[in-house]
Design a protein around this ligand. Sequence first.
Ligand SMILES: [Mn+2]
Length: 322
Amino acid sequence: MKIKIFFHNNCFDGVASAATFAVFYRECINPDAEQYFEGLAHKAGQIFDETRFDGDENAIVDFKYSSSPRLTWWFDHHQSAFLTEEDEHHYHNDPQGIKSGKKFVDTNFRSCTKYIAEVAMSQFDLKADHLYELVQWADVIDGALYPDAKTAVELDAPALHLMLVIESARDEKLLSHIIRDLQIMKLSEVASQPYVTSIFQHYYNRHLGAIDIIKKAAQSDRGVVYFDVSEHDMEGYSKFIPYYLHPEALYSIGVSLSAQRSKVSIGYNPWAKDLRRHNLASICERYGGGGHPVVGAISFSPQDLELACKVAKEVAEELRST
Ligand SMILES: [Mn+2]
């Protein structure tokens, strides 16, 4: 018996959700199932290759819904949880959707990790005190509840070392290793494992490089800091760097490019003195992207970089208007 757990790749909450779901599944559903993990990334167009749903059970956490009959468990907390209206209709009406009692969405949760933990504890009687630290940090990280931009960008806490490794490493085996360890060790113990600490410095140096690149590229104008870093290899930079450099900005918009996609990232400065005036998920959805009201993204194919830049500039103008 095999359970495959799909999670939001290179995202602390995604990895923490996978570990939390895995503990829940082992403790409350099937202790003998072999667990496999696979990361999912937002791409332009089709997101699920259904042949990947090759477990006896298949679960998705912290990522969009799929109406595939092979999907048996699902947890998400994103406003854009459904790629299409058909998917949303399927979720609400099909016996395999909400009625299955195994598919959950609640956009009020700041982290999917906390959502899974609360459902597992209240509906399935899970006891998992050792996950407490993980759940708390997932909420801080995904909910951007850092006290200031300095904490979020200078990365002093061990949990944030682990976050940097998770967000930076393009290494499925490493993420699976972390997910397995998070099930049996405290977060701070996982963060201090030699296989994590030995690569942290490499990614920390890259992080310092990213701060430098964004510093040179960023232009702050009427409350919006705009930067195009598509000429650099910048997949996975911290979304808080723009506010660390430009605390006066209300919003940030970045354009980046990787082998898989060109990407427009849009965010609200969580430490801004002024209130947010726009729902960023709704703006992203208009262009085929998604996210939360405070942070969102739109993905294009790598060849469509020019279009990504055009959209980014258009959105920047929209956000500058009052
Ligand atoms: Mn999440």
